[in-house]
Write a protein that binds this ligand. Sequence first.
Ligand code: OGA
Ligand code: NI
Length: 355
Amino acid sequence: MAGKSLFFDGVPLSKSVQEMSVNGDEPPPEFHVKDTSLGGTDSSPLSSSLSDSVPVVDLSLLLSSKHELEKLRSALESGGCFQAIGHGMSSSFIDQVRGVAKQFFGLPQEEKMKYSRTANGVEGYGHDLVVSDKQVLDWNTRLFLRVFPENQRKLNLWPENPDSFREVLHEYSTKLKHMMDLLFKAMAKSLDLEENSFSGQFGDNPVMQVRFNFYPPCSKPDKVLGVKPHSDRSGVTVLLQDEEVKGLQVVKDGRWITVPVIPHALVVNLGDQMQIMSNGIFKSPVHRVVTNTDKLRISVAMFNEAEPEKEIGPVESLIDDNRPRLYRNVKNYASFNYECFQKGKVALEEVKFHA
Ligand code: OGA
Ligand code: NI
C-alpha cells in the first residue's frame, strides 16, 4: 500500500522519505502532525529574534572563569541548552565529521541498506520503529550506533563507505567523551558540589550512542516535523548541527525558539537523566526539528547515559526542605523511557517521587 511505507522493522515496504522528497511527493497522512498547542508545526513569529535565548558558553574557560561557570549554570537552569565554543576540536575536524555523514547519506539506497536496522534491533540505518498505527512518523532517516562501551560496538553496522567513516566516528566519539566529562565536572562545580557528583553516577562503563540524522526537503513543511517534540532520555546530548540549515527548536518560556547556526559550535542540551540527578534544577528541554521546502539538513547527535545497571537519582545535597526530592532513584532509564513511550506516558512524570 503506497504511503504505509518505510522500513517496517527494517524492511522497506514502499518509498523512503528520501524518495518522496526527491519526487516532491506530498507527505502521506502518517506523517501529518496533529495541531495541538506546542505539538503543531507553527512557530511564534518572535521565535527567530530570540537568539540570545540560546547562550554561548566557552568551554575552555569553564574551569578558570567564575563568570563562564555562572553562564553555564544559568543556561542549564533556564533552558537546559547552550552552544559550546572553545571545545578544542578544530574546524577542519568538525567539517570532516559532517563530511562523512553527508557522504554516507549520499550513497545509493542499496549501499545504505547494508547497514539496515534489523527487526527488533535499535541500531543501524532506517526510520522510526513503528509501534502503533496511530504513531505520527518523523520526516527523517537516520543511522543509530552505540559507540561506547567500545566492546559493544556492532561493527557490521558501521559504514565502510566512505572509508574514513569508522575512524572519524571513533575519534569524534572519543573527543566528545572527554568533553562530556569536563561538562559534568563543571556542572557539579557550578552548583558547589563535589566534582564527581554527576560523573560518578554514570558508572564505569557509561553508554554513548550516536544518531546521524538526515532531513530531506519536504513539499509541505507545515504538515510534518523532522522530529516530533521530545526530551532526550540521555544525561547530556551534544549536537553537531548542519553548517547552514537551521531546523532545531527548543521550548523556552512556552515558546519555540529556533537554535541559530554557529558553524563550528556544538549545541549541548541536557537530557532527562541530568534533570533527575540535579533534582530538577537543570532542565531537559523539549525540542523538535522543523523541515523546509528546498534544503536538506544533516545533523549528528551524540547521547551519553548511565551504565544501565547503575541506579541514578537526585544528588543528596540538592535535596533539602526548600527543595524536596522530586524524583525517585531509577535504573535503566533508557528502557523505562521506551516502555513509557509505548504506553503514551511521559517518563519524567512517571519517575516523580511521591512521599
Ligand atoms: C535527536 C534530536 C535534533 C536535530 O536526535 O534527539 O533532537 O537537530 N535531533 O537533529
Ligand atoms: Ni533530541
